[in-house]
Design a protein around this ligand. Structure first.
Ligand code: C5P
Length: 220
């Protein structure tokens, strides 16, 4: 099975508040995008395509292992993944889409996703249980209901797909559609999405607290 990894790294990182794209922010001296590419390769992916902000093509290229292909991303994550998918060869069996913002994802999670695809799943996402009581609220913040926690999962990346249904689902998606992950794209096209166990270390770095926590984890 030939697997290509896509690393979405073209975000601005505004919520991290460091004044530069999040993917280039260092964790233990190494840009987040470098960690994410390394994880995919160690976990068993054969080649990697990285999406970079237009102005940071060179910086992202310098931050990732030689051989990783860098393409310019789009205005949304969905547009960025679409741009990377466009350069994935049709002969590819599997595509794993990963966030640069999840630098400490253990390679074993990548391996679990690849194993599920090899076993025939057309789509698979790593998930973790929801541990807090989770409620819905109205516009004023008033609680309107408690969600059935046992049936809820937190979805991580890398998300894995057979290439053909992923490409078809993106082709069928309206040009301006903006979905928060790729499983939502294939589900919109009617593709069933399986789950495998994720990992707390695959948590997304979004705000300063997340980066501080990641630094502590690397130092352990
Ligand atoms: O904004 P968020 O943290 O959800 O972004 C998830 C991932 O998608 C990040 O790694 C980010 O770099 C990437 N992204 C992208 N292109 C965009 C926006 C986000 O590749 N236009």
């Amino acid at each position: 099975m030939h697997a290509v990894g896509i690393v979405a790294a073209a975000g601005s990182g505004l919520r991290l508040g460091v004044g530069r794209p999040k993917a280039l922010v260092p964790l233990a001296g190494r840009p987040l995008v470098g960690w994410a590419v390394e994880t995919l390769l160690t976990g068993g992916v054969d080649e990697v395509v990285v999406t970079a902000p237009a102005a940071e093509h060179e910086a992202v290229t310098a931050a990732v292992p030689a051989g990783a292909r860098v393409v310019t991303g789009g205005a949304t994550r969905t547009a960025s993944v679409r741009a990377a998918l466009a350069v994935v060869r049709p002969g590819t069996d599997a595509v794993l889409v990963h966030d640069a913002a999840r630098p400490l994802t253990p390679p074993e999670v990548v391996a679990r996703v690849l194993a599920a695809l090899a076993a025939g799943a057309p789509a698979v996402v790593p998930v973790l249980p929801v541990i807090d009581t989770t409620v819905s609220v109205d516009a004023s913040g008033l609680v309107t209901g408690t969600l059935p926690r046992a049936a809820l999962r937190r979805v991580q990346t890398p998300q894995g797909f057979a290439r053909a249904p992923l490409a078809a689902a993106y082709a069928a998606l309206p040009e301006d559609a903006e979905l928060t992950d790729d499983a939502a794209v294939v589900r919109a096209a009617g593709v069933p999405v399986a789950t495998v166990e994720g990992h707390e270390r695959a948590a997304k770095v979004t705000v300063a607290h997340d980066l501080a926590l990641a630094e502590l984890l690397v130092a352990r």
